[in-house]
Ligand binder design. Structure first.
Ligand SMILES: Nc1ncnc2c1ncn2[C@@H]1O[C@H](COP(=O)(O)OP(=O)(O)OP(=O)(O)O)[C@@H](O)[C@H]1O
Ligand SMILES: [Mg+2]
Length: 240
């Protein structure tokens, strides 16, 4: 039975989707079966980060609404045959599903995949709890800024209240020089402001941004510190 791992953040633009595609890529490289689901309903992104935007025909709302089975909507990564993706819908009027449908889809996918990576939306409203329905592990992504930490803590609490007991936090877009100025929260500050354990730190790196915009997960650059970092984070998430 596959493990359902959901990203959340509170604040938008902190790197949830980039994190999801890179985690998916390092896991797929290990030969396990991975499906990524873009649950940012109405604001599809994962297809671009994987360079698959021209391949989308059906989307996750078509699957959840019963228009087609998930295999019809599934896209395959260009590099790994065991890495698949269900794109988000761009049409919010197609919302005719609820929490039970979402958890049922994750359970169905769990029969054929080892990891179901759910790329959640920003915010702490219904779209977030919908994406997290049936999730087992939540990874809360935050940047080292006070607004982002406060929103991440709120997302962490909402997920905890929804019954998600296995949660962890990843700090993204870290700029050590800026952190040293004292104008931004340091690592201890991050750990005291969010209850879930900090399991990874990713630096701010223009190469991550460039790579994402070119539709190639950065971890494909072999031997880079980012690849090693993502592999370490993946190990910790698997162990949760
Ligand atoms: N560590 C990083 N270093 C540099 N740029 C990054 C890093 N992580 C993410 N980015 C860039 O930040 C932007 C936002 O990333 P992303 O789309 O993954 O955020 P998100 O949290 O999924 O956003 P949303 O809330 O809109 O879904 C993108 O331009 C991405 O390339
Ligand atoms: Mg996103």
């Amino acid at each position: 039975m596959g493990k359902v791992i959901v990203t959340a953040s509170g604040k938008g633009g902190v790197g949830k989707s980039v994190f999801t595609v890179n985690l998916g890529a390092v896991l797929a490289e290990r030969g396990v079966r991975v499906v990524m689901i873009d649950m940012n309903l109405g604001l599809r992104n994962l297809d671009i980060y994987l360079g698959l935007e021209n391949k989308v025909i059906f989307d996750v709302a078509d699957v959840l609404g019963g228009l087609c089975g998930y295999k019809r909507a599934m896209l395959r990564d260009r590099r790994f045959p065991c890495l698949h993706m269900l794109p988000a819908t761009q049409n919010r009027s197609k919302f005719v599903f609820g929490e039970d449908d979402v958890s049922e889809l994750y359970a169905q996918l769990g029969e054929n995949y080892d990891y179901i990576l759910v790329d959640g939306p920003a915010g702490v409203g219904r779209d977030m709890t919908l994406a997290a329905s049936g999730g087992e592990v939540a990874v809360i992504i935050t940047t080292p800024e006070y607004v982002s930490l406060r929103d991440a803590d709120m997302a962490d609490r909402v997920l905890s209240d929804a019954g998600m007991t296995r949660r962890a936090c990843v700090l993204n877009k870290v700029n050590k020089d800026l952190m040293r100025t004292g104008a931004f929260p340091g690592l201890e500050d991050v750990s005291t402001r969010i209850r879930s354990p900090l399991i990874g730190i990713i630096q701010y790196d223009d190469n991550i941004n460039i790579s994402a915009n070119c539709g190639v997960p950065i971890v494909h650059q072999k031997g880079s510190y980012i690849e090693e970092n993502f592999n370490n984070i993946a190990d910790r998430i698997i162990g949760l």
